[in-house]
Design a protein around this ligand. Structure first.
Ligand SMILES: [Mg+2]
Length: 147
């Protein structure tokens, strides 16, 4: 299956308060998804994510959960509700994948309820990351090339 969008690479935002985690995830995307993914933003807080999503359209967000200030869950809720932040309409239903060590069944249930589409455990396993990205992009209809 192709991960490409019909006309361009998938614009991915990654959000994690830990610089080492951001670096690991960036390198995984650069090495293993170079043909399909373009990293459009690397941010260290939910607040920064909300700010960026009010200005620039993205196709997918990989979001840490445990962050000071807004958690990944709170950030996701703010994106979906878009009441307190002027989130671009195009971003309000953007697929969001949790990337976290907080990956128990009860927590996954919370992520799903708040509007996240999948959860990838840390440390990140490449096959799981790949299937989560593919699944997320399949669900955001009509955005994948079928070739
Ligand atoms: Mg964290």
């Amino acid at each position: 299956m192709s991960l490409r969008l019909t006309d361009r690479k998938i614009k991915v935002m990654i959000v994690d308060d830990n610089d080492i985690n951001l670096s690991i995830l960036s390198k995984m995307l650069e090495h293993h998804f170079a043909e399909t993914v373009e990293i459009s933003a690397v941010l260290t807080s939910g607040t920064d994510a909300l700010e960026r999503l009010s200005k620039e359209e993205v196709d997918l967000i990989l979001m840490d959960i445990d962050m000071p200030g807004l958690t990944g869950v709170e950030t996701t809720a703010a994106i979906r509700q878009a009441t307190e932040h002027p989130i671009l309409k195009e971003n309000q239903q953007v697929p969001i994948i949790a990337v976290t060590t907080s990956d128990g069944a009860a927590q996954r249930e919370v992520y799903q309820q708040v509007g996240m589409c999948d959860c990838v455990s840390k440390p990140i396993a490449l096959p799981k990351l790949r299937s989560a990205i593919e699944g997320a992009m399949m669900k955001s209809t009509g955005r994948l090339a079928t070739g």
